[in-house]
Design a protein around this ligand. Sequence first.
Ligand code: 3PG
Length: 208
Amino acid sequence: MRPIVEVMKLCPVIPVLVIDRLEDAAPMARALVAGGLTVLEVTLRTPVALAAIAAMKEAAPEAIVGAGTVNNAALLADAAKAGAEFIVAPGLTESLANAARAHDLPLLPGVSSAGDIMRGLDLGLTAFKFFPAETSGGAPAIKALEGPFAGLNICPTGGVTLANAPSYLALDSVRCVGGSWVVPKDAVKAGDWARVTELAAEAAALKR
Ligand code: 3PG
């Protein structure tokens, strides 16, 4: 199993994907990889999400495809069966951390406070999604949390854009950011995969 920190270091942006039509999964994966983004998070928010994970892995073998919105241990088991290579959750529970360990899957759970981070550290975790990033204080909040907590690996997600991503990526603890802006709904609807590749290339060029 590749540690979650290694996954976080591969690309500056993890696209957060909501896939409504299974037929979009393969061209979306190819478009993102063509732009240089190879770590993809498929949120388990639509009926086709689990099938989309397999379709993306088949269409773009160089991609590392994870499952997001994994809110409990049962969903984590579903994601594991579907071939997810890492797990993202909006928050952190002990049962989710135990399930990730049992399935030998890298976990990126959400935190937004010092207490959340302390619970995560107690569970042996040092890598977290900071969620929802913009409304939880943004980059200044993460910078403040770096004081008491050394050695964190953070992926801010929620309200992150191409414009504000650099302020996050400049922080010591931030390895990558997550965001949905790379795959706009209208581009998907129109099958405008060239636009997705363009946005992915802009995101992949962000400096850390
Ligand atoms: C989400 O859960 O949808 C992610 O946090 C993405 O947020 P964004 O749409 O603000 O990028």
